[in-house]
Design a binder for this molecule. Sequence first.
Ligand code: ADP
Ligand code: MG
Length: 731
Amino acid sequence: MTDAAAVIQQARTRHRLLLTEVEAKTLLSAHGIPVTPARLAHTQEEAVALAQAIGFPVVLKICSPDIVHKSDVGGVRVGLTSAAAVSQAFAEIMDAVRRARPTATIDGISVQPVAQPGIEVIIGVTSDPHFGATVMFGLGGVLVEVLHDVTFRLVPLSPRDARTMIRDIRGFPLLTGFRGQPAVDLAALEHLLLQISAIAEAHAEIKELDLNPVFASSHGCVAADARIVLYADGEQRPAPRPLSAATRATLDRAFNARAVAVVGDKKAMNYMWLRSQSTFQGKVYSVQIDERELPGIAALGVPNYRSLAEIPEDIDYVMTAVPRQVAPRIIADCAAKRVAGVMLFTSGFSEIGDEEGKQLEHTLAEIARAAGLALIGPNCMGLYYPRRGLRNYPELPAGEAGTVGFIGQSGTHTITFSLAAPQHGLKISKAISFGNAAVLDASDYLDYLAADDETRIIGMYLEGVREGRRFFSLLRQVTPQKPVVIWKGGHNEAGQRAISSHTGSLAVPAAIWHAMVRQAGAIAAENFDELLDVIKLLHFAKPTTGTRVGLIAMTGGPSVVITDAFERAGLQVPLLSESSYQELSSFFTVIGGSFRNPLDSGHTIGMGHSTPNLERLLAILDRDPHIDAIVMDTGAGLVAGQWQAQPHTLATLITTLSGFASRSHKPFLVILQPFAREAALLQVREQFHQQQIATFATHDRAARALRLATDYWRFHAENSNQQIASATKNP
Ligand code: ADP
Ligand code: MG
């Protein structure tokens, strides 16, 4: 057994979950972590002898498995410079602690050297009930306590994670030599984070680990205090369950159904489910026993049966809208008929929180699992596969194959995205609304779309995932091949965390979620617009890893604020190259315009209608080595009237821009800001999208989408040479 394992073993036999500073430092030292070594004294004499051996000045601290915060109980004395001071401090600490905590077990008092001075930082490990071990980093003192200026990454950390998590805190400049202080040895700090991640990976028994403080200086870093909390018996880190190939095959059969059945559709719902199948390329059946509903179903031309069993054909996919009490019987019927997938529109299960609902959902799940049935939902809208005409809402388009997949925990968001996407030039490959996820969860659907050849980009709306580790490892595998954009709603409060540590209390789930999305190389969208915008950009625009934009505006005011928007999004608006300016000076009309960057070019390019000059301008930006992406605000608020009056001017503009977009080497974005002409611009927008040009409604939306997409392209460009560490382990 290693020294480290022995420390844990010893704590276990003593039924201790909190390792003292002395024990924790022994474990950390065994792993090569620099600490101020703490040695235990039981008497004043022992303390003095240890201090003399170490050399003055020294630090004395209470050592007790029952005391989490030593200084709170008067248990820490620093900078003791003589034997007499040590002896006195020993007595005072004992006194103070016995008064503050009369029942605490006291191992003794530790004696340790004073750490080399430096900036105090905090490094911690906490365990999320869904995502497992995470490493936290922050600056000590008020920055953590007041500003919560901390970053998280899931274990295992890559060198890139260690690098970025240090640089992501707002207080980072304090580490790089602030006000004449020497800069901290950042390489040593990164190394320490990686070591801590490795310890968390090596010891699955560790629930929390705190190094607070670590003194970081130009000479390296050293942990002056350490604390480790073990999992109680029976508790453990979440382990990823492997995805099942059978689930993929079953979902595939449901999507590619030859025959479907709708159970329990009715007039009160305006036969929504049956009407949705009017475009379905296979056979549609209805199951309904209520006589009053039969004429309505017959009028739709759909054959009706009294049960699934009576349908004289194999059924691949079932949509049901029956009352919740009836649902278990229908699921059992589906199992008996060997249906591949069944979706439950029916709600009133675990989401409403009553006992009966939870019990019913549990029953549904058991029947489905036993039968290998892909149960989608309950409380959802199920599958949408336009190519096969399989719809989950009557107004959705059908017939065309698309490239954008969508997975939504909300029916409304899934349908809304499916309706909105075509208005932005995007076509859906497959969409899934999955609601309560009684059996299949986000990971299963992500796995399915990851392997789906038609799907090139995946959008998601999630409220939480049940198996965070599984989701994370899958996401990491998918994102290098297909961008995944995730819009997360609400906060994941399932599984109340019982974290006693100071750093643990900062581990808000949102921070871990964001760390997870980022580490997996996925894209986090903050709202519906962002989700749609970034997917549109990824779909239409060429990739770049650069963050410098060349901006074209028609007039002065927009030239000013467009720059603000792109800089706000963290992108740069640099000067162009000298040769670009030389070329521009030969034809650019500077009166009423400026040609630095942004190019205030309305005069020069006739508000977009002087084609030769527009083409020259675009070509210059495409060639300019200082520019990575090109954005043009068309001044739509001013020219939309002209476009309406003389449609050929718009057609010429779109042809010019679309030619450029396909020729250019850089992403090209167009802004069609509606201002007062919203209705007129809807049509215009569609024309742009038909010609493969990505348009955005505002400067900020364009800027934000470009930033998110650029982060994605950069992440994967940097990672492409680096084998992605397997996340299937259980760190
Ligand atoms: P606790 O966090 O349990 O209250 P610490 O061991 O962190 O106790 O000690 C409290 C403070 O004392 C630390 O934040 C640090 O500023 C200082 N300190 C502790 N140990 C040392 C040491 N070895 N060298 C220098 N300063 C120390
Ligand atoms: Mg401390």
